[in-house]
Design a protein around this ligand. Structure first.
Ligand SMILES: [Zn+2]
Length: 81
């Protein structure tokens, strides 16, 4: 699993719709990738805020923003390595 795969599973992960196999892959990726860990925490906080307002939805726009954030961070990390 790479960062793009991780992101595509993110909403299912929060919805609890993810299969045990994919969940294991997500957890493995999170163990290896600090960027996705940060994104996961940020997304969780965002969702909790939305849930507090009874508007629980990860919009396409939010997903797009998260996607660009991850990809730019991950390519930056690769350049440093
Ligand atoms: Zn990642």
């Amino acid at each position: 699993m790479n960062c793009t795969d991780f992101l595509s599973q993110l909403t299912d992960y929060f919805d609890g719709q993810i299969s045990p196999e994919l969940l294991a892959e997500v957890r493995t990726h999170l163990g290896e990738c600090d960027h996705c860990k940060v994104v996961l925490n940020t997304t969780r906080q965002t969702i909790e805020v939305y849930r507090g307002n009874e508007i629980y939805e990860v919009s396409d726009e939010l997903r797009e923003r998260l996607h660009s954030a991850i990809m730019s961070k991950c390519s930056a990390a690769r350049k440093q390595a």
